[in-house]
Design a protein around this ligand. Structure first.
Ligand SMILES: [Fe+2]
Ligand SMILES: [Fe+2]
Length: 275
């Protein structure tokens, strides 16, 4: 199958196995011209269906309890599954990009699949099955706002995945402090991969900036690509991991601007964003 069929399998087949389809199945020599397709929501089987039911993320103090840790991992796993589907959607939504763009997205999908499997394995050890709690579609909401692949990289890689550097590091340390080195090790794998994901988005956008005829800073370019109501606030978490951002190749001016950034509090207030 070609890369578009691979992406459609992830989006339009409901089994978890299809969401975890191996990238080796892609035949890169098959090129078939096609039109962009619109997908309202990814297809999901009943056990992993998207739900609007609300469930609260466990409070920090509750994470001493292993079942609650499993519930926290369930939240993170939901984000991984949505990431897999959103990257697949970007492939079929923008079918006229260079092959290198798809290769970069497919590489990221395969790492998100690895993360999803790691989370599922660990939550199972805590007595939680994937699908035991409602799975929301929060991040998917932004897909209808994507006008081009640059916007996609700004929203997904440079906003949500960049914030995930902070979240992954924070929870890695928290689990370590709780004596759960096994879950901390899972978070470390995710943290290291997330640096790569931010770097892939940064690399694509840097090329555009460097080719631009008029001078624009990377920071201003990033801001110009964020669709309302999303602001740069959402690109950071409860801690600010400067080292991870440096490793992802973000320049110091960008890092400082983000660190100092304060957006519209009403929109970016953490508890309102929480799903
Ligand atoms: Fe991930
Ligand atoms: Fe990621």
């Amino acid at each position: 199958m070609n890369v578009f069929e691979y992406a459609e399998t992830i989006l339009l087949k409901g089994d978890l196995d299809n969401k975890l389809i191996d990238k080796e199945i892609i035949d890169w020599s098959v090129k078939s011209p096609r039109s962009p397709i619109v997908v309202d929501l990814p297809v999901r089987n009943d056990s992993i269906r998207i739900s609007s039911d609300q469930v609260k993320f466990p409070k920090k103090g509750a994470l001493k309890d292993s079942y609650q840790r499993g519930k926290a991992l369930h939240f993170f796993a939901n984000h991984e599954l949505l990431a897999i589907e959103m990257m697949a959607y970007a492939i079929v939504m923008f079918p006229f990009e260079k092959e290198s763009v798809y290769k970069s997205l497919v590489e990221t999908i395969s790492e998100e699949q690895k993360h999803l499997k790691l989370y599922i394995k660990r939550m199972n050890e805590f007595g939680v099955e994937f699908g035991d709690f409602p799975l929301n579609q929060y991040f998917w909401y932004f897909m209808e706002k994507m006008e081009n692949i640059e916007m996609f990289f700004s929203v997904i890689a440079l906003t949500f995945e960049q914030a995930n550097l902070d979240f992954a590091l924070y929870y890695k340390n928290l689990f370590k402090d709780l004596g759960d080195s096994k879950t901390a090790a899972v978070m470390e794998v995710i943290y290291q991969d997330e640096i790569k994901h931010v770097a892939r988005g940064r690399s694509h956008l840097s090329k555009v900036v460097s080719k631009s005829e008029e001078y624009i800073s990377f920071w201003d370019y990033f801001l110009s690509l964020l669709p309302a109501p999303l602001t740069a606030d959402r690109a950071k978490g409860m801690i600010f991991d400067e080292k991870g951002r440096q490793k992802a190749g973000l320049d110091q001016a960008f890092i400082q601007n983000l660190k100092d950034y304060k957006g519209d509090f009403k929109i970016t207030q953490r508890k309102e964003w929480k799903s």
